[in-house]
Design a protein around this ligand. Sequence first.
Ligand code: CTP
Length: 453
Amino acid sequence: RTQHSALRTNLKNHINPALWQLLTKASQEATKRGWHLYVVGGAVRDLLLAQNIQQEPLLLKDIDLVVDGFHESADAGAGVELATALQKLYPNARLDVHGAFQTAALLWHKDPELDSLWVDIATARTEFYPYPAANPEVEASSIRQDLYRRDFTINAMALRLTTPRAGELLDYFNGLIDLEARQMRVLHPNSFIEDPTRIYRGVRFAVRLGFTIESQTESYIRYAINSGVYDRTARENNKTPALSTRLKAELKLILEAPYWKRALELLDNLSALQCIHPTLKLNVELLRQLRLLERCLQRFDNSQAITHWLLRLEAIIAHLAPEFRSKVATNLQLPDDSIKRLSHFSKAMDNIAGLTECRLKSQVVGLLKKYDLETLILAALQSQRSIRRSIWQYISVWRFVQAPLNGNDLQKLGYKPGRAFKEMLDDLLAATLDGVVNDRVSAEAFLSQKYPL
Ligand code: CTP
């Protein structure tokens, strides 16, 4: 019991007092109705990780609560009822109810006390995964079953908020031991077959927390991959959300994190990049391209006009043989622009190879101006050095060059507006790029010679 209250006190001391008050109110509302209330999943994991570092406040932006019956299972609507009751106490919060699974979420956006916070409230779920009958001594509670359907032991612990035994840690699968051993262990052998995105989640947590993947778990991962995960990602677009959508969401989380490179390396070691495409390998060449991409994003994208994680993913897909790119991008349901870019990429590469023939800056600009920035960057990554240099020059300087005169100036000089204007302006820009024209005077001279009035 001392231990129970210690963990509860720890939670209280580590989180924002307003959040603690919210959890206290939620527990009171649950108790009134004869329910138990638990914090589950990531928040418990992070609390246990943070508790050794006393000064560190725990920034919880996303909390999962589970309601369970006191004597028997709570009815399916309990989570929604509790969320509704809480929303009355917190009119600032937005209430979202998801019918299918009877879960509710309370959302605060930049609240003065709670800041941005997302609290999911679910009812303990027993219906989806059968209770493992092997050990009759384990109580067949619904919270246990709810935890059993989760991914890793460190994510499958619950902290009871309600009395009696408030503060008790429910750790049926030895999550605490794994947390101390700093390892990711899956709950059951079929976990990755049921949900292959858990492979990516496991890698993400392992790299983020500096954990290893426990060896049995690793063998389950390899087994799931060998059983043909890729075909399923390509096929299973009938579920909601589709496997491919969830895989894309995981890829986003990984590719926008500072540790994306280590995560890709680990995925590759586990052969898990095969979920994207069976031929995908993180070889020396792809790594070189991704490093180059980083330098390029730092140099050229000060305004953050490019979605970095997405371009990393596109560079990875562009590394596949041309015939696979479009299909992989479509399977992952990337944005239309990305799909188009990857579908036309090999044609763009052929075209851009023509840069070796260009002698003048104006020819380089003429060739590159029809491509968007992302295509140019992807092309540079795969091109030989001389072509890459021209692309960098184009991106950083030449694409911004303007002629000293515009259409208005042409009219003032006495030229009649019309179809010829575009050609004249293009000529003028080319002459500017190539240094033939460098100010208004030389521009006017250039025009009067080439287009006499
Ligand atoms: N979960 C799972 N399988 C998935 C996704 C989630 O079993 N494919 C379970 C995990 O046990 C997780 C819980 O659902 O703890 C909530 O998921 P989520 O909020 O995505 O993850 P957190 O563990 O809370 O991690 P984070 O710190 O990234 O929010």
